[in-house]
Design a protein around this ligand. Structure first.
Ligand SMILES: [Zn+2]
Length: 271
């Protein structure tokens, strides 16, 4: 283990302790559904809204407000969930399985069979944390393979604990990232093999078919950096983040976007 690995290991341990404390308590009672009243906006906040970017943003509220919030009536974070289907449309009903023709003339399926319990029928989309918890889905599993002994096996991540780690990291570091993935995302420290115990050796097995990639598993293990640039661009394309650019830029967007799908009211907008 080099110094960087040790630091990361210490950091992850520290984060776990912190997260366990806050993640489970908000679920227990109605307190987490409290939202700030309109009177909680100070004059400074209003001034910030009027004058725009030059004024630095106020410090973020405590993390638990992001993880299980009810969107406040005056929320600065616009929920990104798709609007519910309208009933008063004049268009004839369309087959949800219908395909559409792309610009290149290829016919593309609009919906897919969800490749995982935690995925939706839209390519590269996952359910929200609230939905998953309501369905008692607490562990997200995926295939991994050791680079040394080459054994392939399934492992699982605790959804709330690992999402708490990622969310906390983003909240604490987003300002300094300048819309680019930090080194620990670009070159993630891999897990230790449970068979041969080789450190930094267990890689996720990423599905050959891009529509079957286990995005949530990769996020929770902070292993999205194991994807190729092409796979990350596919994710961004399917989630309306039409981006070309260097891998650290696309990787940054992918991290924020998976978090945003999981927690639509969280602080996971690009800026
Ligand atoms: Zn091994």
């Amino acid at each position: 283990m080099n110094d960087q690995d040790k630091n990361m290991s210490r950091k992850r341990k520290a984060t776990n302790v912190y997260d366990t404390n806050f993640l489970y308590s908000p679920l227990a009672g109605p307190r987490r559904f409290n939202s700030p009243t309109p009177t909680s906006i100070s004059e400074d906040d209003l001034l910030n809204l009027t004058l725009g970017p030059p004024i630095p943003p106020p410090p973020p509220p405590p993390l638990q407000n992001y993880l299980f919030p009810q969107p406040p009536p005056n929320s600065f974070y616009m929920p990104q969930s798709p609007p519910p289907p309208s009933n008063n449309t004049t268009r004839p009903p369309r087959n949800r399985r219908a395909s559409q023709t792309t610009r290149q003339g290829r016919r593309e399926e609009k919906t897919i069979t969800p490749p995982y319990q935690w995925a939706t029928d839209k390519k590269a989309h996952i359910h929200t944390l609230e939905y998953l918890v309501s369905k008692q889905i607490y562990t997200i599993t995926g295939q991994v393979q050791c680079k040394k002994c080459e054994k392939r096996y399934e492992m699982g991540f605790n959804l709330e604990e690992k999402f708490g780690d990622v969310a906390k990291f983003i909240i604490e570091n987003k300002t300094g990232m300048h819309e680019r993935a930090p080194e620990c995302w670009s070159n993630p420290v891999l897990l230790t093999c449970k068979f041969c115990e080789a450190e930094n050796s267990v890689k996720p097995v990423i599905a050959g078919k891009k529509r079957s990639i286990n995005w949530l598993f990769l996020l929770l293990g902070q292993m999205l950096g194991c994807c190729t640039l092409e796979q990350l661009k596919y994710f961004c394309k399917q989630t309306m983040n039409h981006r070309t650019g260097a891998k650290d830029r696309v990787l940054y967007l992918a991290y924020l976007c998976v978090c945003k799908q999981l927690q639509p009211t969280g602080p996971f907008d690009r800026w």
